[in-house]
Ligand binder design. Structure first.
Ligand code: GCW
Length: 733
């Protein structure tokens, strides 16, 4: 009996140990809502090396921005080791030194020329000998570079890629790396799918949300150095003194992280806010009003960045209301900002009805080449229409040789499943940046053009429409954080591969429990690899189940979420309706933009224009963008266009199902909350993919009159029931 009792006791002990083990594991697995983004250092304690290898941190000088970098390292040290990082005033053996050329130790390293070339935001991280001691140094010409170097070092540790003989040299591809918030003063966010605006205008300037500093840290960690706080559909009230005081309060939080604040302005502000009778850019009172307003802004915010302007677009006011031009409008604002070194980002997203919509921005802008002030930069969306799942590049890139141009990308997934679909946008942006425009001969890629390597630009910039809101996980979908991350990384280095970006992000974001522990628990590396593969194929997958082969803008009228290729609204602008774009008829599908059609191909340089013009040479991913193609046209793989369309939609659906399997298999690798949330979003995505496939194939079948190939999944919806769907937007916005 006693024996039995004894062994019971042992069993109890074992049960308790197992119980506590699981409590520990589940605590580390469950307390996760995604709010920490990729800034997780706790796991680094179990990686090959951690900050603990450094004997001390030595800040060789003072400065708010440098201090932000040092603080991040100290915080990471505590998270990694549970102890405070030793600090020291002078270099010791194995110290981590942070400093700029202002410091004698950094100067003694003889790297002044190198640092000057890298600029104030560039940096080196290097193992150096100082007197007799070996140290690691993060050095830059400016304190900004030290901040970026600190985050760079942390990333190496987080991703397990640090080596003790480190030798890194970095500088950013673009000077201005900027988020565009489409946030309104009432707290709503246009095309925002992650809750309300993070800017709490009602409580500012008295109350400063702790999220502002978190936001600044996250952006600094990926090199973003600028932000436009408000929607391009701007309210004139944004520039009221009352609101500027609120902007000043936000700027004060972002400044130590090297982030400058910009504002979108409403072109009618002189009239609407200032009470003038006009906002004509050539009117002296209007010009004076803007000069005074600029002076007021800079008095409050001396490092204010400048204005972003949407003018004469989608009903917004602009210089053309007064018979003036984009040049008149942009230059007037540029003159007002010039004394303070501010810049104007003037958007080319304009499409006054007339010609084929894809041609309009080019038609309106390229004729002004060379006429803008040198503190104006034209902000151009990646494609000629509007952030569609896939577009060929905007032909303005390469066409304006004497004007600074900057790409505008959309991080928020307005047209890519919003916060429900897992779509890693980096692949799309990489494709865009790598595109050869041939503007100045072979190899004139968009990345080279926009960094000023081909035609020099005084300002270079890279903008992304933010996907950030006040949701706990910031972006609505855990994987949408990867798009914010990727945008910043590409703005910093536009040569990075999406594969590297995905790899970094996965390792930094899903570090709980840490990777080595996972291995002990038998989770194979293949889970990580599969997640990466899922991310890297996810853009093509979304294109496949939404708009393959160059189809575009066949979304539902209001919400841009689901399919409505049949959509017809009496009295609507034709180029706001899907039929304008797909042109389905009994002969075939697609928009004829060849020399026989709208001749949009003519806006591209040779040999692209000839390639796009010739149906047999046109890349199939753009086929229906440039051609009206017969249903039985033979594709490269020998299938008819109709069959290819069917198989591609089906492939999209099947790929999402694969993603579900990949994710479910990764369950032991991800904490419970994030696992369940992504799982449930993938279920929505799988259902939506079928919705897209059925809607588009059943609708286009009414024109093609051909069977859906019998070896693919049959439709599960009726066309009429799909046509009856009217989404309650609240579910999606
Ligand atoms: O993509 C479209 C959006 C609008 C947006 C506009 C723009 C801010 O549907 O919501 O307005 O583009 O870029 O100005």
């Amino acid at each position: 009996m006693s024996n039995i009792n004894f062994s019971n006791c042992q069993i109890m002990k074992i049960i308790y140990s197992i119980f506590f083990f699981f409590i520990l594991i589940s605590a580390s697995l469950s307390a996760e809502n995604g709010s920490k983004l990729w800034l997780r250092y706790q796991s680094a304690s179990s990686t090959k090396v951690s900050l603990a290898q450094f004997s001390s941190i030595v800040c060789l000088e003072d400065g708010d921005i440098l201090r932000s970098g040092a603080n991040e390292l100290k915080m990471a040290y505590s998270e990694m080791t549970g102890k405070e990082m030793p600090t020291s005033g002078v270099p010791q053996s194995n110290s981590l030194l942070l400093g700029t050329l202002h410091n004698k130790y950094i100067r003694s390293l003889n790297i002044g020329k190198e640092l000057a070339q890298l600029g104030s935001e560039g940096f080196v991280i290097r193992r150096v000998k100082l007197n007799a001691d070996s140290c690691t140094v993060i050095a830059s010409a400016g304190e900004q570079g030290v901040l970026y170097g600190a985050f760079y070092l942390l990333r190496l540790l987080q991703t397990n890629t640090y080596s003790s003989n480190i030798n890194v040299k970095e500088h950013p591809s673009y000077k201005v790396r900027i988020l565009n918030h489409w946030d309104n003063l009432d707290g709503s966010v246009e095309r925002g799918y992650a809750g309300h605006s993070i800017w709490k205008w009602d409580e500012l300037p008295a109350t400063i949300s702790p999220r502002y500093a978190e936001y600044a840290r996250a952006n600094a960690s990926i090199g973003i150095n600028a932000t436009v706080l408000n929607n391009v559909n701007a309210s004139p009230k944004m520039l009221s003194t009352e609101n500027l005081l609120k902007v000043k309060a936000i700027a004060a939080v972002l400044r130590p992280y090297n982030i400058r604040v910009y504002l979108s302005i409403n072109f009618s502000s002189p009239k609407e806010l200032g009470g003038l009778s006009t906002s004509d850019p050539l009117n002296p009172d209007v010009r004076k009003w803007w000069k005074n307003k600029a002076a007021e802004v800079y008095k409050l915010i001396p490092d204010f960045g400048g204005f972003l302007v949407k003018a004469n677009s989608e009903g917004l006011p602009g210089p053309m209301d007064y018979g003036r031009t984009h040049v008149d409008g942009a230059n007037m604002l540029a003159d007002a900002l010039k004394p303070f070194s501010g810049i104007v980002m003037w958007r080319a997203f304009v499409y006054e009805p007339g010609d084929d919509r894809v041609k309009l921005a080019y038609n309106e802008f390229h004729k002004f080449d060379g006429q803008f002030r040198d503190n104006v930069i034209i902000q151009v969306k990646n494609g000629p229409v509007d952030f569609q799942p896939r577009e060929p590049f905007s032909p303005l890139f390469g066409a304006m040789k004497k004007t600074a141009l900057m790409p505008e990308l959309q991080i928020t997934q307005e047209y890519l499943g919003q916060s429900n679909h897992l779509v890693f946008l980096s692949s799309m942006w990489e494709e865009f940046l790598d595109t050869d425009t041939h503007a100045a001969g072979d190899g004139t890629t968009i990345s080279k053009l926009t960094t000023g390597e081909v035609y020099p630009q005084k300002i270079t910039a890279f903008a992304g429409v933010a996907n950030i809101g006040d949701d706990a996980n910031w972006c609505g979908h855990h994987f949408a954080q990867a798009n914010w991350y990727a945008f910043g990384r590409l703005a910093w280095n536009n040569q990075l591969s999406s594969e590297q970006i995905a790899d970094e992000w996965i390792k930094m974001t899903f570090t709980s429990p840490p990777i080595p522990l996972l291995k002990e628990r038998g989770v194979r590396d293949s889970s990580l690899l599969s997640i990466k593969k899922m991310m890297l194929t996810s853009h093509q997958t979304a294109v496949d189940y939404m708009m393959p082969l160059g189809l575009h803008h066949i979304f539902a009228w209001t919400h841009h979420y689901g399919p409505e290729p049949w959509c017809d609204i009496i009295g609507a602008r034709p180029d706001w309706l899907p039929k304008y774009y797909h042109k389905a008829d009994s002969i075939g599908l697609g928009f004829d933009r060849t020399t026989n059609g709208s001749n949009a191909v003519g806006q591209y340089c040779s040999p692209l224009r000839e390639q796009f013009n010739d149906v047999s040479q046109c890349p199939e991913k753009y086929l229906l963008w440039f051609h009206h193609v017969p249903w039985d046209y033979r594709m490269n793989d020998g299938k008819t266009m109709w069959d290819e369309l069917c198989y591609t939609y089906d492939k999209g659906v099947q790929s999402v199902r694969e993603y579900q399997k990949i994710w479910d298999k990764a369950e032991s690798f991800v904490d419970a909350q994030r696992f369940a949330e992504v799982q449930s979003k993938l279920r929505i995505q799988a259902r939506d993919a079928v919705w897209w496939k059925d809607a588009c194939l059943l609708y286009f079948q009414t024109f093609s009159k051909r069977p859906i190939p019998y070896d693919i999944e049959r439709p599960v919806h009726d066309l009429d029931s799909l046509k009856a769907i009217k989404l309650d937007l609240k579910h999606h916005n």
